[in-house]
Design a protein around this ligand. Structure first.
Ligand code: ATP
Ligand code: MG
Length: 479
């Protein structure tokens, strides 16, 4: 049977309370019992002692009194009822006894009898006419004759028993009462304490894709439940953010694909209508081809993004020389750059080996140099470097071009983000290059960042763990 936390808490609560009550009342009862017995023992022992003192004559002879009760009352002031006195000879035969014993006698146990012969007293609890009494058995010893008689004094345990009886009632009633009270109180408190959990469950059940903006409404406390609520709220927030990103991405991607399709359709209609004019036909076809190229580029980039995402899990990495890859890419882009009147220079190139896919690394370097050349006006330069600092490889692509404003800088790695939409559409960019770069760098457990100043230029810095040092880098880059 599955019990709710609330019931479990209550049961534990009540059980612990009962156990501790039982333990403490047991300890208390035991202590009280010992105290009672010690008191009674002292009393009967002193009565027996003083009696012996009285019945032994000055020359050592025994003076056995005719009437015990008078002796009892006169000398000891003991009420005869419930208290008994008895005297026996060394053989254990009763010589005299208080009259309240009437038909019966105080029992003499074997152990008490033997101890008497060793000269010591024995305390026992025995039954006399159906009632418990505390009994002391004490020998009377004369030095020259040895044991001459045995004295027994008993006191009733009635009062003690009465006390324990009433205590048992009080305790039982107290236990039941406290258990019920504790149960009710515990149940109520548990309900109060668990109320926020019910609230969390209710909200969490309600939240779906359509209402990811909802949050659990719990007082911002620092206790466990407050933490749970705010953790769940944070989780919903992350979900909401990535959900929004996916929506945005889908919208952007369809829009980006729709534009060239519309243009393409227009060109085709022109071509159809141009009929016998070969010149117009040619222009329309050229323009259509350009749009197809643009779409091709866009679709290829989109596929790349999706693939790099998926590759993150797959381990297809091999050692790649970053410095060689840099030279290779720089060489390929040099012509494109010089056509634009932009120079490319490699300022430093330490040998550095990293783990990754050579095609992706080439793509990363290409995208960065491509941007640097694209967004740098004629007469300026692009500077490349690879630095090996022993733990990681640092790739820098710096240009002295137009730069990126502070407002745009945080978004340039986002998919489809372009600083100047009109301008970059001419340049053919879709705004995917840098997001591809980031995906690649992150799949290699590295980091990428950009610094820029408008009108002065931009520097992209990529840090990648050196081959064989990815483990350490894991901590360094993610921390
Ligand atoms: P794509 O790379 O997909 O062809 P893109 O170059 O426009 O298109 P990204 O490479 O992602 O897209 O760059 C995003 C935007 O960041 C660019 O549109 C540009 O505005 C800005 N940017 C990137 N690199 C530089 C740079 N070196 N200098 C100035 N602006 C830059
Ligand atoms: Mg680009």
């Amino acid at each position: 049977m599955a019990l709710s936390i609330r019931k479990k808490l209550t049961i534990w609560y009540v059980a612990l309370l009962l156990v501790s009550l039982l333990a403490s009342s047991a300890a208390f009862s035991y202590y009280l019992y010992r105290t009672f017995l010690t008191g009674i023992d002292g009393q009967i022992n002193s009565v027996a002692g003083r009696m012996i003192h009285t019945i032994v004559g000055p020359s050592g002879q025994l003076l056995i009194p005719g009437d015990f009760d008078i002796i009892l009352e006169r000398f000891f002031g003991i009420r005869t009822s419930g208290n008994y006195i008895q005297m026996l000879d060394p053989l254990g035969k009763v010589v005299a006894k208080s009259s309240n014993l009437s038909g019966s006698t105080l029992p003499l146990s074997r152990q008490a009898y033997e101890s008497a012969f060793n000269g010591s007293s024995t305390f026992e609890i025995v039954m006399v006419s159906g009632k418990s009494v505390r009994l002391v058995t004490k020998p009377i010893v004369f030095t020259e004759h040895g044991i001459v008689a045995i004295v027994q004094v008993a006191a009733s345990l009635d009062i003690m028993q009465q006390v324990f009886h009433s205590m048992a009632y009080i305790f039982t009633a107290g236990f039941v009462g406290s258990a019920v009270m504790a149960g009710l109180l515990g149940y109520f408190l548990a309900k109060k304490a668990l109320q926020p959990v019910a609230e969390i469950t209710k909200t969490a059940r309600r939240i779906g894709a359509e209402n990811l903006n909802e949050r659990i409404n719990v007082a911002a406390t620092k206790d466990e439940i407050g933490m749970l609520a705010s953790t769940i709220n944070e989780m919903i927030e992350r979900l909401e953010r990535s959900f929004r990103q996916i929506k945005q991405f889908t919208a952007d991607a369809s829009h980006e694909l729709k534009t060239p399709l519309t243009i393409l359709k227009g060109e085709m209609e022109v071509a159809l209508r141009s009929g016998s004019d070969p010149q117009a036909m040619k222009e329309a076809m050229t323009s259509a081809l350009e749009e197809i190229d643009r779409m091709n580029y866009l679709v290829k980039n989109l596929l790349d993004l999706a693939r790099i995402d998926a590759e993150k899990e797959a381990a297809g990495a091999s050692p790649v020389r970053l410095d060689t890859a840099l030279l290779d890419r720089a060489e390929r882009l040099r012509r494109f750059a010089s056509e634009k009147g932009v120079g490319i220079a490699v300022s430093r190139n330490d040998p550095a080996e990293v783990m990754g896919d050579p095609v992706r690394i080439g793509q990363l370097i290409f995208n960065l140099i491509d941007n640097a050349v694209k967004y740098t006006p004629q007469g300026h330069g692009v500077f490349l470097s690879v630095e090996n600092n022993g733990g990681s490889a640092i790739l820098k692509v710096r240009d002295t071009g137009m730069g990126i404003s502070k407002d745009d800088l945080p978004y340039i790695f986002d998919r489809f983000y372009r600083v100047d939409k009109a301008r970059t559409r001419d340049a053919g960019g879709a705004g995917l290059g840098l997001s591809i770069c980031r995906e690649i760098v992150e799949s290699m457990k590295g980091a990428i960042e950009a610094e820029s100043e408008v009108g002065r230029g931009t520097t992209f810095t990529v840090r990648l763990p050196l081959a064989g040092k990815e483990k350490e880098a894991d901590k360094a880059f993610s921390g």
